[in-house]
Unconditional design. Sequence first.
Length: 213
Amino acid sequence: MTTQWRLQITPRQVFWLKVLIHGVSLLFIAQLVYLTLSGGFGADPVQGISHFTGKSALNTLLLTLCISPLAKLLKAGMLVRVRRLLGLYCFFWAVLHLAGYVALDLNFNGSLVLEEIASRPYLTVGAVSWVILFALAVTSTQGLQRRMGKHWQKLHRWVYLATLLAPIHYIWSVKSGLIEPIIYIGISIGLLAFRYKTLARGITARFNLLRVK
């Protein structure tokens, strides 16, 4: 006789989970502001801000990817209702990460931004990941979900590519201390492994489509 874990989550508990997510996120935002104003990022504050916002985006992205397998494991379908909020916070941090780079590293030079992205592979990878997160954020509303129908689900599966590219961008951007980004890549691969059936179906469908063409 097997024992199945089941976690009963009510709408009220979902509400308080969202409050908790807001609270923790605001604490990290306050920490970013404090470290910036107090000189807590050390001799290279630009790099410190970049790493803080980038890792916050990556951590939130990985946490977002944890929701579905956790909900399935605990048989707590209501848990997926916090996934959109986490995804939006992930994009929020990604926006801060890009804004910090454009403002502090490139002094708002738009043409230089495009030149840097085209010439530096780690920035190219990061830009692709950022564009994916942007597309997912702007199409995350219930209204667009209804209008897009089955295409919405196909679009949002691109998060799997962003989950792989984001830690690659991280490991490619650092000059030393590779252990942490390697751990992130391992976690990303592990989260994607939970979805191997979905990924396999998608790859097979695209391969068949190419063969038909």
